[in-house]
Structure formats: C-alpha cells, structure tokens
Write a protein that binds this ligand. Structure first.
Ligand code: NAD
Length: 282
C-alpha cells in the first residue's frame, strides 16, 4: 500500500542519489551496494571508519560516485553536516535509509540509565536526526523520493530480554507511521516504509557474544538465533526492500509472519494477558 495517494512510483534509480546510515556492515552495506549497482550516487555513513572505507573502495572500484562519512548517528550536528555535504556534493537524496542500529539484551530492570541513553540515542534519535537533516531539503526539492527506516520484528512484538531493543524499535515504528501521515498531509511526493527484518545474517550480534548474562536465566546466546533456518542474507533483505520501494509498500517484512501477527493482535483485541510465543514465520 502506498504511504500517500498522490505519490508516483520510483520506476528507476539510475543517476539518482541514496543515503544509507550504518552502511559499513550487514543490511546497510547490502542496501548501499544495491543502490550503487542500480547506478545511484551513494552517501554512506557509519561510526566504523574501517568498514566504511572498505565499502567506499569497493564501490568506487565498481564505478560508483561515493561520499563516505564516519559519524555517529546519535550526534545531531554530525548528521546535519553530512546532509549538507550530501546535498552539495551529490544531490538531495531520492532514497534515504535510516538504518544504523545496535542490539542490546538483558532483563527489563537490568540496564543502567546510561545504557538506555546509548541505545535510544542511536536506535531512535539516530532515525530522528536523519529525518531532521534530510526531509526539509527533500521537501524543498519536491521530487519523488522514498524514506526507509529500519525497525525490526521487535517493532511489532515484545520479546523477553529485549526491553531496550523493543522500546527503541517500537518507537521507530511510531515515528515512521507518523512521518507517513505528516508527508501525506503535505501532499509530498515522498513515500515511507518501515523495514521490519526477521533474522538476517549480519554482525549485529557480534558484540553481544562478550556480554555477561545478567542472570542465570538470561543467556545472550539464547537470543541470537544463530543457526536457525530462517536466516536470510543481507543481499536477500536488500532485494525485498527494493521490491517494496517499487511497489510503494509501507510495511516491509523480510519474512512472512502474518499468522503470528494476526494471533498477537487478536489476543490484544480479546484482552488476553501477554504470553510470549516464539516468533514463528508462516
Ligand atoms: N540482522 C538482523 O537480524 C536484524 C533484525 C532486525 C532489525 N535489524 C536492524 O537492521 C539494522 C542494521 O543492522 P545489521 O543487522 O545490518 O547490523 P550490523 O551490525 O551488521 O551493521 C550495523 C552497522 O551500523 C553501524 N553503526 C552502529 N552504531 C552506529 C552509530 N551510532 N552511528 C553510525 N553507525 C552505526 C555499525 O558500525 C555497523 O556497520 C539495525 O537497525 C538493526 O537493528 C537487524
């Protein structure tokens, strides 16, 4: 479904401009590579300089025009400077992927206020900073465009030991739905999507492997889902994202889980107390 009724489908991407945050690894890297492969200019941001430079070298070697900025998306001023540089050196973006994010686990009462600050400032404010910096020039340019914010299955489902991640990703869902309404109210030609990946084989869990379990009941390894058959590659994820952009769909699910969502929603409608059932794909 389109996010507004008057936008036009982005038929082709060649010669247009894409912005990807968290581009150094995983889903962001695959999105950036796909954009460059479609003939787009790409503005890439990541906090990890080495990963970013590696990708820049690869994409430039393949003939793409690349702007690479090492920055932390929780730094509003840095994201604003990145947006100004992107608009000046490449163009106002046609595709904006607010994708950078981190994963943290632990029981709901186990995180310090400082830990909360970190995850919310990256996973939530990182998206907000991308919108604040890029949407005004995109509106002013008045061209067809599409914004994809990366949420998660956790934007829809609360899982045990995931209070921080769930809080952040549900916030991203709220921001993204509201963004679609706000742009539609302005009759802007900008479509919006919420990417809700299921398990994608990336590095997101790597720094969890060293995290101490906060109690005997919560072992980080139980939440990594490593080795489960449902994992897809970041490239498959990017493929599903591009299909959704072409079809102007708001909800991007990398895995089918209609039955699961419908059962969960029905439980809310009938007033059942929450009972966690492991996420199941159709
Ligand atoms: N992999 C999955 O199964 C999965 C599932 C659901 C949602 N997601 C979401 O997908 C997005 C991408 O994650 P991924 O799985 O590709 O992980 P990843 O760790 O492979 O890549 C994330 C990239 O973001 C960068 N990054 C982290 N913090 C940053 C910051 N403050 N500023 C700028 N860059 C930063 C990292 O350096 C890394 O290069 C995240 O928002 C994540 O929550 C992933």
């Amino acid at each position: 479904m389109a996010s507004n009724s008057i936008g036009f489908r982005m038929e082709q991407f060649n010669g247009k401009t894409a912005v990807v945050t968290g581009a150094g690894s995983g889903i962001g890297r695959a999105l950036a590579t796909r954009c460059a492969g479609e003939g787009m200019r790409v503005a890439l941001a990541d906090v990890h300089e080495g990963r970013l430079n590696d990708l820049r070298t690869k994409l430039e070697g393949e003939g793409a025009q690349v702007l690479a900025c090492t920055l932390d998306v929780s730094d509003a001023a840095a994201v604003s400077a990145f947006a100004r540089q992107c608009c000046a050196e490449l163009d106002v973006p046609d595709l904006l992927f607010n994708n950078a994010g981190i994963l943290r686990i632990g029981e709901a009462w186990s995180h310090s206020p400082e830990d909360w600050q970190i995850i919310l400032s990256i996973n939530v404010l990182g998206v907000v900073h991308g919108l604040n910096a890029f949407v005004p020039p995109m509106l002013e340019a008045g061209k067809k465009a599409h914004i994809v914010n990366t949420g998660s299955v956790g934007s829809l489902v609360a899982a045990p030991a995931m209070a921080q991640y769930t809080a952040a990703k549900m916030a991203v869902r709220g921001i993204t739905e509201t963004l679609a309404h706000d742009l539609a109210a302005r009759e802007a030609l900008i479509d919006v999507s919420l990417l809700c990946p299921g398990p994608v084989l990336t590095s997101i869990s790597d720094d969890l492997l060293g995290v101490e379990a906060s109690s005997e009941e919560v072992d980080p390894a139980d939440h990594l889902m490593v080795g489960q058959p449902d994992f897809i590659t970041p490239e498959e994820c990017a493929d599903r994202v591009f299909r959704a952009i072409r079809e102007r769909r708001f909800w991007i699910f990398t895995h089918p889980f209609n039955q699961y969502i419908s059962d969960n929603t029905q439980a809310i409608v009938t007033g059942e107390n929450p009972v966690y059932r492991e996420v199941a794909f159709d």
